[in-house]
Design a protein around this ligand. Structure first.
Ligand SMILES: *Cc1c(COP(=O)(O)O)cnc(C)c1O
Length: 238
């Protein structure tokens, strides 16, 4: 498995983009998006020094947790989170990157209170205003931040975004830059400039995201290879 080489190659590209932007590569956190990759792949990424692993699906995360797939690296939750599954994620993922609605903030706060812990989150921004995507629309983001600030069992560490998948490179960059401006603004006005993470950029665009100010990138395909979504149905041969 070339996972270690892939991570080394991604790190080099991160370093080059960071240099261009006048920043140190050590400022950029590399999260391996390990959905649909098994525990062995997760362990290989951890052995190769990945900074964190991010999962998308609660069921898959729970199964891989039972296999100790993430031992040695911080686990993030980065996928769409349903309210009725929040309990299975709070306290297990050290960072929930996809907190994108008032209802979800409520659920996370309640679950964290029960466990007597403070859950670190990122507020997800639906920067393209896409109807089917989760995340706060830009005009609702301040309200989301305010709500989060009022919850004793939530700590907001920054913002996360996924621009529309069909945006061309220029439009994509413009989305990243919009989110960076929101980050700077909210951070200064509401969080005493204590935000830690601006999470944006995936395999196809993490260099542009870094140029636009990201300090956390979530990379799947470029590390683990392409995912096989069309899993063959098991057929009984008679
Ligand atoms: C899958 C996923 C990624 C990584 O996508 P790649 O294009 O495979 O790098 C990043 N962020 C989220 C939220 C994802 O679901």
């Amino acid at each position: 498995m070339p996972i270690a080489e892939n991570i080394a190659a991604v790190r080099e590209r991160i370093a080059a983009a960071a240099r261009e932007a006048g920043r140190a590569s050590s400022e950029i956190t590399l999260v391996g998006a390990s959905k649909m990759n098994d525990a062995a792949a997760c362990r290989a990424a951890i052995a190769a020094g990945i900074d964190a692993l991010g999962e998308n699906r609660v069921q898959e995360m729970t199964a891989k947790l039972a296999e100790n797939a993430y031992d040695g690296a911080p686990l993030h939750f980065i996928g769409h989170l349903q309210r009725n599954k929040v309990k299975q994620v709070v306290g297990r993922a050290v960072l929930i990157q996809s907190a994108g609605s008032l209802e979800l903030l409520d659920e996370i706060d309640k679950a964290a209170a029960k466990l007597e812990l403070v859950q670190d989150i990122l507020l997800e921004v639906n920067i393209g205003g896409e109807e089917k995507k989760s995340g706060f629309l830009p005009p609702a983001l301040f309200q989301g931040a305010e709500a989060a600030l009022e919850k004793p069992h939530i700590r907001v560490l920054g913002l996360m975004t996924i621009p529309p998948a069909d945006a061309d490179r220029e439009a994509n960059l413009a989305y990243f830059e919009k989110v960076r401006r929101l980050f700077i603004d909210i951070n200064a006005k509401m969080f005493h400039n204590e935000f830690q993470y601006l999470s944006m950029g995936m395999s196809g665009d993490f260099e542009d995201a870094i140029r636009a100010g990201a300090n956390m990138v979530r990379v799947g395909t470029a590390i683990f290879g392409s995912r096989n979504y069309a899993q063959p149905a098991r057929q009984e041969v008679t």
